[in-house]
Ligand binder design. Sequence first.
Ligand code: C2E
Ligand code: MG
Ligand code: MG
Ligand code: MG
Length: 284
Amino acid sequence: RAKQDGKGGFRFFEAAMDAEAQKRRQMELDLHDAIANGELHLMFQPLFNLGEGRVSAFEALLRWNHPVRGLVSPVDFIPLAEDTGLILPIGEWVIREACRAAMRWPDHVRVAVNVSAVQFRNPGLNAVVLQALGESGLAPQRLELEITESLFIENVEGVLASLHSLRAMGVRVALDDFGTGYSSLSYLRAFPFDKIKIDRSFIIDLMSSKGATAIIKSITTLADALGMETTAEGVENEGQLDILREQGCSQIQGFYFSKPLVEADVAALFLPGGGEMPESAQAA
Ligand code: C2E
Ligand code: MG
Ligand code: MG
Ligand code: MG
């Protein structure tokens, strides 16, 4: 009897797997047409510079508005895009759109773009960046590419060479989600990142754990010594902000300051007398 149940359970499991695989396959097909169908758009979340007391950049965050499923999170579709190679055209679209949008902002405001590992390893990335800068007219110093430590799992020499050639173009490079995954201080020694983005998981613990504060302090001290800026990701309240300020973090990003905004709202912020930062932002 137990055996029979087990078998039934297995068949059920198999059917569920089929459904999951089918859904995934359908999502891949849908994603294929997403650019052409105009289903992708960017949101922009401000990075507030504590020293300057103003917004110094916006991070471009990709959104997919699926015709049936509605808004799909990048956490769910970026992996699909990477597996299918669709990340290349999608990533190119993101870089071009981000540069175009940033041209409407003041000169001191940068745009940060996430570059996935597959996209970074593609030899065409340099040409894509050059073309996006050329056609938009954006100064290279205003474009910041965010990469993650996962890139350093293999072919470190090749990764460093690509980083240096992007840097030679004048583009800035940030290390995203720092402290998660394959953290190693040797990457910081190997390449002079412009910025370290401290992962949200460290910020979440700030109010409750002394250890978390000590970690932030050591990261900002290290970054300072290496001439790198620091951005704290996922800052959600004033208590966290106070600690980050005290520990010498250069920038904050998070819902406390502002959620990601649609492009029109960002542009409106910079019109004379048009638009204000959210109230929490002004308190910061
Ligand atoms: P990320 O680059 O670390 O981006 C930060 C994520 O944290 C964003 O999620 C943002 O909306 C969220 N966030 C910001 N402030 C807060 C906060 O105070 N609290 C909380 N709970 N979350 C906050 P999002 O937009 O869902 O993006 C998730 C990830 O998807 C990104 O993490 C990035 O790895 C990836 N991603 C987004 N856009 C792109 C893209 O254009 N290309 C690539 N390759 N990856 C992208
Ligand atoms: Mg990022
Ligand atoms: Mg991040
Ligand atoms: Mg993160």
